[in-house]
Design a binder for this molecule. Sequence first.
Ligand code: GLA
Length: 392
Amino acid sequence: MTVHSSAAALEAHADAFQRRFGASPSAVWFSPGRVNTMGAHLDYNGGPVMPCAIDRGTFVALRLRSDGVVRMASSSFETVLEWPLAALPTRREQRWSDYPLGVLQALLARAEAPPGFDILYGGDLAIGAGLSSSASVCVGTARAVAEAWGLTLSAEAVVETALLAERGFVGVRCGIMDPYAIAMARSGSLLWLDCRDRSWESVPLDLDAVSIAVADTQVRRELAQSAFNERVQQCASAFEVLRTLQPEATCLRDITRATYLRGKSMLEAPLALRAQHVVDEVERTFAARAALQRGDVSGFGAAMTAAHHSLRDLFEVSVPELDCLVDAACGVSGVHGSRLTGAGFGGCVVVLLQRGREDAVREACTQAFARRFQREPLIEIYRPSGGPVRWL
Ligand code: GLA
C-alpha cells in the first residue's frame, strides 16, 4: 500500500460516507495529486515531461444503488446532488460536480444498463494549488466507477476518459500530462512521458536519498486559466511562423535550435520568448533524464531550477511569491533544485532535496517568505506515490 498518511484519513472518509448516505461504502479509492519536475509547459507543445505523483490526493467512496439514481456529495460542501442516472446533466453546471459528471458521461458510452450509486469525494490535496486536483478527481472517478460498473479500462482508456471530462465536458484546454502523471504513476518513480507519441516509462528515484517538499504560496490562481490559454495560443502562433522554415515539424517541440535562431526575428516579442523557453526546456528535459539515469541528482535538480528561471523570465508565468520560495530553497545546502509546479501564476513550488534537510528547507522558506510577505507559506513533505489504488 503506497498511500502515505492516509489510512486514518481514508477511514474517516468511509465514516463520512456512512453519515451522509446511511450505509457504509463498498469501495474507497485513493487517487494521487502530482508535482512537475521537468518539462514545464511542454505537454501541449508535444515535448517530454517528467511529473511525479504524490502521496496526497482525492478520496472517492462509493456504493451501488438498485434504483437507477446517482447521489453525489463532497466533504467540502453540505449539499447532496441527485439525478436519475438516465437524466444526468449533459452540460456543465459551473460547479465542482462538473468533473465527475464529465467522467460519468464518458463512461456511460461504454456501459450497458449500469446501476446508479452514491459517491462521496474528499481528500488531503490542496485545491487550485497546481497539484492537479482536477485530474486526480477525474482519474479517481474513472477507476472507481469503471470497476463498480464492471468495465475493464486500460490505463490509456482511463486517461482518455479523464481528458474527455476535462476538455469536452468542463471545457478546459488542459494538456495531457496530468491524467498520465496520475494514471501511469509507479511508486518511488518519476514518469517520463513523450507527449508527441505518448510513449512513457518510469524513471526510479532513490527514495533513501531524496525528499520532495512542496511550499504553497496560497496565492490562488484566478488568472491562471485565461493566462494558460494565452500561453497555449502564443506557442501555437510561434509554431505557425517557425514551421515555414522547417516544414517537416509537427509541433513546437520539433523546432530545432538552429530553426529558432534563424526565425526568431520573424516572431513578435513575447512569441520569441515563449518559443525560446520551449526549445531550451526540451533540451534541458532530455539532459535532466540522462542525469537522473546516471545517478546525478544534483544535475537533475539544477535543471529544475533553470526551468524555473526560464518560466520566470521567458515564459513569464511566475509571481514574486513563487520566486521568493525558489530562491530561499535553493540557498539551503542539500537542496538539489526547485521550481514552480503546475501552470504558474500562484500555487506551489516543488523542492527536490537531500533526505534529512527537510527542517532546514522549511525554516529557510518560512523565514524568507514571512520577511517579504508578512505571512507563512504552507510546507509539506511528500513521497512519490503510485497511481490510483483501491483501499477498501
Ligand atoms: C497545467 C496543465 C498541464 C501543463 C502544466 C504546465 O498544470 O494542466 O497540462 O500544461 O500546466 O506544464
